[in-house]
Design a binder for this molecule. Structure first.
Ligand code: PBG
Length: 325
């Protein structure tokens, strides 16, 4: 009881705070999303993501080397597909010489030790902007899963270290695992977007890839933001189906989900702090309303506190620079 108990004794100086701190953040926790486009000499800023760019393959080298030298161990890659290559089945996704496959090979050439996580979903390849095949305005599940498994195989063949399915079709983790095992890719892992919500915080990402759904929304496959227990069911199924890492997405508005998933499983858990979260912080900082770096670091610690082992973030390089002093 007060005055014998005084919590402020362990807050008094930076040194005592260091000693008693419950969580730490290091560059080893970071994963960096990378947007890739066709063409040469292209570095385009995404208008709703100030300071974030799409790169053509020839300009990737600097970006990858810089990230690796900052201590970032992994990139999560997305490609922007030209309109004329889009169709309902996302056929271009299976092209062994497609942009994604070339990007995987290129990054492993630039820095073989950089872990490459490749995005698996149909939306960037779909003429409808949906994560699966569309029929009569419905998103087909099993037919889409077959393509997703083929897509994963083609990324593994190109040299991806981890497949990262962001589509939310039922059963895709098991199907991808089976396909990889059958083809001898036992060592290629799966980071599942286990609890991915139908969120409006993805807006700037859809600008980045020109991948907004052409009709309707994604609520028939992505999760309802009213639900939390359902996230545990998703996570449990992914574990049974063979996922190696589970991911929760978005980040800050879903810290409770991150916490629950971490509590309920024995798996490495990643959080994806998404484009809209990045945009909000950048916009408020641009207006001078908040301190950019301090709010960014506070956010990163919130993820660690909630249980994240991995933080997939557009802030990766900025955070790494601060951590490296
Ligand atoms: C689509 C995908 C999305 C994001 C990652 N993969 C958008 C969506 O589901 O529409 C969003 C990431 C972000 O907003 O940063 N498969």
């Amino acid at each position: 009881m007060f005055p014998y108990v005084r919590n402020r004794r362990t807050r008094h100086t930076q040194q005592i705070r260091n000693l008693v701190s419950e969580n730490n953040l290091t560059v080893n926790d970071l994963m960096m999303p990378v947007f890739i486009i066709e063409g040469e000499g292209k570095k385009e800023e995404i208008h709703s993501m100030p300071g974030y760019f799409r790169y053509s393959l020839d300009l990737l080298e600097n970006e990858i080397k810089e990230a690796f030298s900052l201590g970032i161990n992994a990139v999560n890659i997305y490609t922007k597909v030209p309109d004329h290559l889009k169709d309902n089945k996302g056929s271009e996704a299976l092209n062994s010489d497609g942009l994604m496959q070339r990007a995987i090979r290129r990054i492993k050439e630039i820095e073989p030790q950089m872990l490459v996580f490749s995005d698996v979903a149909l939306d960037p390849f779909s003429s409808f902007g949906h994560d699966g095949i569309v029929e009569n305005n419905l998103i087909l599940n099993d037919e889409s899963v077959e393509i997703l498994a083929e897509m994963a195989l083609s990324h593994a063949r190109a040299g991806a270290d981890f497949i990262a399915p962001s589509d939310m079709m039922d059963g895709r983790i098991g199907a991808i695992r089976e396909k990889l095992e059958e083809n001898g890719f036992h060592h290629v892992g799966i980071m599942s977007y286990s609890a991915k919500y139908a969120s409006s915080f993805y807006g700037p990402f859809r600008d980045a890839l020109d991948s907004a759904p052409g009709f309707g929304d994604k609520k028939s496959y992505q999760m309802d933001f009213a639900n939390a227990r359902e996230a545990i069911r998703e996570a449990e199924l992914d574990v049974i189906e063979g996922a190696d890492i589970l991911m929760v997405k978005p980040g800050l508005p879903y810290l409770d989900i991150l916490y629950r998933v971490k509590e309920h499983t024995q798996m490495p858990v990643a959080v994806y702090t998404v484009s809209g979260e990045y945009a909000m912080l950048k916009a408020a900082a641009e207006k001078g309303w908040i301190d950019h770096d301090k709010c960014m670091m506070e956010t990163m610690f919130a993820f660690k506190r909630a249980g994240a082992d991995i933080i997939n973030t557009y802030f990766a390089k900025e955070v790494a620079r601060i951590l490296n002093g």
